[in-house]
Design a protein around this ligand. Structure first.
Ligand code: TYD
Length: 134
């Protein structure tokens, strides 16, 4: 459910020369990372996502700029504003998500627990709701 989806603080090493954040498998992400992908050059006003994953765990980080993520488990919705390179939003399986309000030049990095499989997607909201009802 959306209550399992949380912002996770990542380590940040700061000095006068700038900041450094690192992410270690298992230590900072509650799943094994099998894939990394990123969204960039997103035009103003674009809405991304609009699907749920059956088994995939993800962590989403705003590497640059900002955007909003709305999560929906079929009962409750929760909205997050991502704008820090040192915090990630963990999303468990079976959560419908929409990403919007991308700032210009923003980069959205996603860590995922599996390689890309189209069969893992619910791309139809009513089909997603039916799957939740079991
Ligand atoms: P999609 O997950 O629908 O993007 P978003 O949720 O950001 O709007 O993926 C868009 C397209 O990219 C879709 O045709 C599948 C393809 N794709 C891959 O080939 N590999 C990947 O790892 C991802 C995430 C998408």
């Amino acid at each position: 459910s959306v209550t399992e989806c949380k912002m996770v603080d990542l380590p940040k090493v700061s000095n006068a020369q700038g900041n450094l954040t690192f992410i270690e498998g298992k230590n900072h992400v509650p799943f094994d990372i099998q894939r990394v992908y990123y969204l960039y050059d997103v035009p103003g006003g674009a809405i991304r996502g609009g699907h749920a994953h059956k088994n995939l765990h993800q962590m989403i980080i705003a590497m640059s700029g900002s955007f909003d993520i709305t999560l929906d488990d079929g009962r409750n919705k929760k909205k997050f504003h991502l704008n820090r390179s040192y915090s990630g939003l963990y999303i468990c399986p079976m959560i419908w998500r929409e990403l919007d309000n991308f700032s210009s030049g923003s980069v959205c990095m996603v860590l995922a627990s599996s390689i890309y499989r189209e069969e893992d997607y619910h791309r139809n909201y009513s089909e997603f709701m039916r799957a939740l009802e079991g």
